[in-house]
Design a binder for this molecule. Structure first.
Ligand SMILES: [Zn+2]
Ligand SMILES: [Zn+2]
Length: 342
């Protein structure tokens, strides 16, 4: 019998990166959950349980319905179950003008934009423990706030993401996610866009639809499906147990999702995170939305929005940082088989 090769380099068609799948280590999926986790240290009072001390709310939902409150009079509405507030320590801040200038040869611009924290009421319960209605409410809020901000001056990309746990960069234990609207298109989404565009120009087809069709036929990397979404471990996973949630239909713009599409997404996101939590003993993770940029009048019809979930299963070290080649210590096919049965 031929000796199994210790690793396999896989090519990501969209980002055009190589990743290394360390097949030879033959790590069993069960071993990932056994790792010790460091928890976010919390003081006596949780800042998100005393929201009055935070910044003002920009949008709030209560039991599935958007709360009507006039900012100025009321900073934080009295009844809410999901809320977005301006970040107390924003990375980007609103401004009417965007100053661009040079420092010697170096271009510089003001960090103009929006930075908000999206908080769900319960301090202990996170997405896997939510009712489906609560997950849908959170997604409705993401969507509504996205729509509110997309036509603001100087907003070119809106990033929605969640950091869960210390290793994923969360400094507050209370379940929350974030929204950052920025004045340019970031390099990561830019590469995803140009990879999709290059394929579209050559094949007159969407690269994500093509990959999804193959993955659904192949079945090996599918974690979960409902009528509108598929959750897959990507062929060229960058980290062990990486998952992506794709709408099955070709949809470039997240902002165009309707009520039933958001409901389907709520189910798919919750299923993915439930399986991750159960299978890997509640690991830290990041997830983020990749969607077409806003403003600028460009047509991104070739793009296909999706959510990427990256569990913190290892720490990037010298090789990854020095070469940009990520190492995944489990085959995506094995990871998907394991997550499927959770
Ligand atoms: Zn709290
Ligand atoms: Zn597509």
């Amino acid at each position: 019998m031929q000796k199994k090769f210790p690793s396999e380099l896989r090519y990501d068609l969209v980002s055009q990166d190589w990743v290394l799948i360390a097949t030879g280590r033959a790590r069993r999926p069960e071993t990932f959950g056994a790792e010790k986790r460091q928890e976010v240290k919390t003081g006596k009072t949780c800042p998100f349980d005393a929201l009055a001390k935070q910044e003002c709310a920009t949008i709030a939902y209560n039991k599935g319905k958007r709360v009507d409150f006039s900012r100025g009079k009321v900073c934080i509405p009295s009844e809410w179950t999901t809320i977005s507030v301006a970040n107390k320590y924003p990375a980007f801040a609103p401004s009417k003008s965007l100053r661009k200038r040079y420092v010697g040869p170096y271009p510089v611009m003001d960090g103009v934009g929006f930075h908000e924290v999206i908080i769900t009421k319960d301090h202990k319960k996170d997405i896997p423990q939510f009712s489906l209605m609560q997950v849908k409410e959170m997604i409705d809020l993401y969507h509504a706030r996205y729509v509110d901000l997309k036509d603001e001056d100087h907003v070119h990309y809106i990033s929605i993401f969640k950091n869960k746990g210390l290793q994923a960069g969360a400094s507050i234990a209370h379940p929350h996610s974030q929204l950052i609207a920025i004045p340019m298109t970031d390099p990561d989404i830019q590469r995803s866009l140009s990879g999709s565009y290059a394929y579209f120009m050559e094949h007159k087809d969407c690269i994500h639809c093509m990959m999804l069709e193959w993955d659904r036929k192949d079945k090996k990397r599918i974690v979960f499906e409902n009528s509108l979404y598929a959750v897959v471990c990507p062929f060229a996973s960058r980290v062990s147990f990486e998952m992506r949630i794709y709408p099955k239909g070709h949809l470039p713009y997240f902002e165009k999702t309707d009520e039933s599409q958001r409901e389907g997404l709520a189910e798919a996101l919750q299923m993915a995170l439930k399986k991750l939590s159960k299978g890997l003993n509640d690991p830290d993770y990041n997830y983020f939305l990749h969607t077409a940029p806003v403003g600028g009048g460009s047509d991104y019809g070739h793009y296909h929005w999706h959510i990427e979930i990256l569990p913190k299963t290892s720490v990037p070290a010298g090789f990854e940082l020095g070469t940009g080649i990520e190492i995944s210590t489990i085959e995506p096919e094995k990871a998907a088989a394991f997550l499927r049965k959770q």
